[in-house]
Design a protein around this ligand. Structure first.
Ligand SMILES: [Zn+2]
Length: 336
């Protein structure tokens, strides 16, 4: 059985967990940045532990695997924020479409009580997967804590989180922590190239080294990103209204993210000569920074951070972006 369900950068970790599969602790906290495949790993681990004939990986064909793949395994529960989009695997930064803050509610956790009280379907393991665990609120985290403090035998809790620091410390301390690996840059670039991604190196840098985020940027959006960069390179001469019209299609949260990365690199080139996200644009950025008013750019960075915090409730996306992009043009002098 090949490990088709595990990303190559997770093989070592998979192997280590496999060696201790018969004596796993009762709660594992899988932590790491978005876009590296934590949820898929946790799912595959759960499927493998429940599989009736596991080898290196879940067999994919036993009754248990069939149940699991149809989301109907009687010994498995997945807890996610109720109003989360289903495909939102690694996308913790995107606000819920409804505008409501999505949380794992206390009722969801309490309902586990019955599940944990039952004896297991096959007199084996029962598994609860919580994702993303930082969306537990105070009430649901406390309800979970009670279960973690007196864990029923034969139950494994898998908590997956992008932001472990937002978890209740008492919950954190009841779990064994596993740092999910970020792939080495070369390996991630090779993997992206295998997925048919052109300019894998650029896309990976832009995604902060997270290959699944680089993969998720669709082609349309990537093309608009190039156009946005062409606008931003105009500095004071940029038309903020045209730039807004171009990028608003990608949603406020995404545009704010792009602008934050851009301003980060402008500051970085100015102050250190290095950059992080836009490797292919070093030369034009070196030209642009000659026109920067540092204080105004730092003000803009603060405005972007504030806007990002409020991006859950964009009342008027166009106006908000326009105002930020006007502020952007004012951070540059018109001399060139
Ligand atoms: Zn199986």
């Amino acid at each position: 059985m090949i490990l088709k369900d595990i990303y190559p950068w997770q093989y070592d970790l998979w192997q280590r967990l496999r060696e201790i599969r018969s004596r796993l602790p009762h709660a594992l906290l899988l932590q790491g940045q978005p876009g590296i495949g934590k949820l898929k790993f946790a799912n595959t681990l759960a499927q493998s532990l429940l599989c009736q004939q596991p080898d290196h990986a879940p067999c994919g064909s036993c009754q248990s695997c069939n149940w699991f793949l149809q989301n109907s395994h009687p010994d498995f529960r997945l807890l996610e924020p109720l109003d989360a989009d289903s495909g939102a695997e690694e996308d913790a930064t995107a606000p819920a479409k409804s505008g409501k803050k999505s949380q794992i509610g206390v009722d969801q956790v309490r309902e586990l009580g019955d599940f944990l009280g039952l004896s297991s379907h096959r007199a084996g393991l029962r598994i609860v997967l919580l994702h993303p665990a930082e969306t537990l609120n105070t009430a649901s985290a406390n309800a979970l804590l009670k279960m973690l403090e007196e864990p029923p035998s034969g139950v494994l809790f898998l908590l997956v989180t992008h932001q472990a620091q937002r978890l209740l410390p008492t919950v954190r301390s009841r779990c064994n922590h596993i740092d999910m690996p970020l792939p080495a840059r070369k390996a991630a670039e090779a993997w992206l190239a295998e997925q048919g991604i052109k300019q894998a190196s650029q896309r990976l840098a832009y995604a902060g080294g997270a290959p699944l985020l680089a993969l998720a940027d669709d082609a349309m959006s990537a093309a608009r990103l190039g156009e946005l960069h062409a606008y931003l390179l105009l500095g004071a001469k940029m038309d903020p209204f045209a730039a807004t019209a171009l990028c608003v299609k990608d949603g406020v949260a995404e545009v704010l993210n792009r602008l934050q990365k851009w301003v980060y690199d402008v500051l970085s080139v100015l102050l250190t000569g290095q950059l992080r996200y836009h490797n292919e644009l070093l030369q034009p950025l070196q030209g642009l920074v000659k026109q920067v008013d540092l204080n105004k750019l730092l003000d803009l960075q603060r405005s972007l951070n504030d806007a990002r915090r409020l991006a859950q409730h964009p009342l008027n996306a166009d106006l908000q972006l326009e105002s930020l992009l006007i502020q952007y043009t004012q951070a540059f002098s018109t001399r060139s």
